[in-house]
Design a protein around this ligand. Sequence first.
Ligand code: CO8
Length: 378
Amino acid sequence: MNTSSIPRVVISGTGLFQPAQVIGNAELVASYNAYADLHNASHAAEIAAGTRQPLVHSSVEFIEKASGIRQRYVLDKAGVLDPTRMKPRFAPRADGELSLMAEIAVDAARQAMAAAGKLGSDIDGVLCAAANMQRAYPAMACEIQAAIGAGGYGFDMNVACSSATFAIEQAANAVKSGSAKCVLVVNPEITSAHLEWRDRDCHFIFGDVCTAVIVEAADTATSVDQWEVLGTKLVTQYSNNIRNNAGFLNRCEDTDPDARDKTFMQEGRKVFKEVVPMAAAHIEQHLHTLGFEPTQMRRFWLHQANLGMNQLVLKKLVGREVGDDIAPIILSEYANTASAGSIIAFHAHRADLKAGDLGVICSFGAGYSIGSVVVRRR
Ligand code: CO8
């Protein structure tokens, strides 16, 4: 292909759906501790005999010190906080109704479309990219495509916490190659349904949201808020340190569908240690291939898993401590929202940048997977 004919690609709008219900750390810990007390009471004889370890209480101080998370949005607070349930409760929907994942995706998508000045008929590619899908098929993306009146094609993709950045690369490549003109990337993250709320080590980590991004050719973009995609870079490196074994083979393996390995599991400390240097090196190498230094970046919209993790990545990159102005933190309010975290940061913290300002959107998580998107305000 003649490179001069490859279109420039822009992000021309973003959207964010956030649930109305919030769980603060104090009520989360109270619910977990009530669950632990109930669990210990019902296993009192084994605990007394020394054949079972009692569950230990969680603490707000630990959560805030270890992670920086203060609250999370969820689709169903009552089910999560019920110590006899410890998971959200969703009413089943008939096949003819809009599914829950599609419903929150359409909400975020409509916001992004309004911001970009696009109608459904302008969109000819829909990527539903998230850390888990509500069903195997038909693809969520096809349902979302129909609900917003888009044409073209849609497909689902899952790269855990890097689903959004990996999808932005696919969208940018589709526009560059001509297979689509205007792509909706949508990230419905219903993490509350695959988080293990009964595990003290991780019960505080995640929240529900949906983000959406419009990716199109610069010459079709009419939005006042355009971000040229200067480059994208993806990497994966296999690790079992973040894992969820729920899948379609479970019923054939005759395993317990409610066993601990069928929801989110991680070796958090190992992840922290291994991913920080990987992410910093990845961003640095990506910027170098584009002829930039990290210190030229006006803003870093990083994955939102842990406050300390982001501070360390930034320190490695720019050689000093940086504050919210360089690397905004949204996890204190939203917790970890899987692939949506860096997109929430980009959505909420870009209005003050000027034309020509540079920034990096970067995700890191299970896989391991890291995706970076370097943008410049037009
Ligand atoms: N309250 C009180 N004490 C606690 C609690 C608690 N809730 N939890 C653990 N402790 C105790 C531990 O038992 C331990 O005690 P001891 O020292 O006596 O053994 C002590 O506190 C320290 O525990 P840790 O070593 O586990 O604590 P850390 O300082 O490492 O902090 C974190 C734990 C916060 C989990 C931290 O390690 C972290 O954030 N790591 C990074 C993890 C990360 O980035 N993961 C990415 C996951 S996201 C992703 O990839 C997407 C997956 C798909 C989405 C899934 C949606 C559900």
